[in-house]
Design a protein. Structure first.
Length: 256
C-alpha cells in the first residue's frame, strides 16, 4: 500500500472515530424536541456538540468551534469534547464550566508559542431547567444563536471572548426564559459563512428568513437549512464545517 493511500485510510478511520463521539439520537422528552445536523468540510473537523442530562435533571446543550480545520482541529476538538463531558458531571454553573474549559485550553497553549493559537475555541454552553424552560448560558465568542417567537427573532449575543487566548477573560452568564412555541437555533459560522460563486456569504439575513418562514417540524427545518446553504454554495468547495442544532419548546415539564 502506498503511503498516500495509507494516509487517506487513516483519515477516513479517524473521521469514523470522531463521528462516534457525537450523539446519534436527540433526547426524547415531553417539554421540547431537539435535533442536530452536522457536515464536516473534509471528513474531520473542529465543530463539537452534545446534549447531556445533568445530575440535577437539567438539560445541557453545547456547541463549539475550534480554531482551524481538518486533522489538527479534530484533535483539539476531541480533547474539549471529553473535558466538557467530565465537567458537566460536576454540577457546575455554565460560567464555572466555561472558565474551566478556558483554563484547560490555556494549559496546552502555554506549552508552545508556535502552536498556542490552535488551542482556542468559540463555545456556546447552556443549561436548561425543564420545569421553567429557563436557560442559563455563556456565549464565548460564538455565533449568536437565534430564537424565533411568533414573528420575532431574538439573538443570544456573545457574553465573552473566545476561549484559550487569555488567562482570565471577561465572561458573563445570561438567562433566557423560553415560551411555548419558541424555536431555538444554534449554528457554527460554517453555516452563515457558506459562500456563493460570487463570493457572497449566506449570512444571518437569509438564515433568519428561513427561521421565520419555515413551518415544518424541527428535523424538517434542519433539512431545509442545509438544503438552502447547499443550493447557495453550489459549485463551491466547502471551506468550513457546518453544524446546526434546533430546539422546539412545548410546555414546561412542571405543567405536564
Amino acid at each position: 500500500m502506498k503511503n498516500a493511500d495509507k494516509i487517506v485510510l487513516d483519515i477516513d478511520l479517524a473521521s469514523e472515530v470522531q463521528q462516534l463521539l457525537f450523539p446519534k439520537n436527540s433526547p426524547v422528552c415531553n417539554w421540547c424536541c431537539l435535533g442536530v445536523k452536522n457536515r464536516m468540510a473534509i471528513g474531520l473537523g473542529g465543530d463539537y456538540f452534545d446534549f447531556l442530562s445533568a445530575p440535577d435533571g437539567c438539560q445541557v446543550i453545547f456547541l463549539g468551534d475550534v480554531t482551524g480545520h481538518g486533522l489538527t482541529a479534530s484533535v483539539v476538538m476531541s480533547l474539549l469534547y471529553g473535558y466538557l463531558h467530565h465537567a458537566t458531571m460536576r454540577q457546575c454553573t455554565p460560567l464555572e464550566t466555561v472558565a474551566m474549559v478556558n483554563e484547560f485550553l490555556r494549559s496546552f497553549a502555554e506549552r508552545s508559542d508556535r502552536f498556542d493559537y490552535l488551542f482556542s475555541s468559540s463555545l456556546f454552553f447552556s443549561v436548561i431547567e425543564p420545569d421553567t424552560m429557563e436557560m442559563h448560558y455563556v456565549n464565548a465568542g460564538h455565533v449568536a444563536p437565534m430564537v424565533k417567537r411568533g414573528d420575532q427573532v431574538f439573538y443570544l449575543s456573545p457574553t465573552g471572548v473566545p476561549l484559550g487566548f487569555f488567562d482570565e477573560p471577561e465572561m458573563g452568564m445570561r438567562t433566557f426564559r423560553f415560551e411555548k412555541g419558541d424555536r431555538l437555533l444554534l449554528m457554527t459560522d460554517g453555516v452563515t459563512e457558506t459562500s456563493s460563486s460570487a463570493g457572497e456569504f449566506f449570512g444571518n439575513r437569509r438564515l433568519e428568513e428561513v427561521l421565520r418562514s419555515f413551518q415544518g417540524d424541527h428535523l424538517e427545518f434542519l433539512d431545509e437549512v442545509f438544503h438552502r446553504i447547499n443550493e447557495f454554495g453550489r459549485g463551491e468547495r466547502q471551506k468550513d464545517d457546518c453544524t446546526a442544532i434546533v430546539c422546539d419548546f412545548h410546555a414546561p415539564a412542571a405543567f405536564d
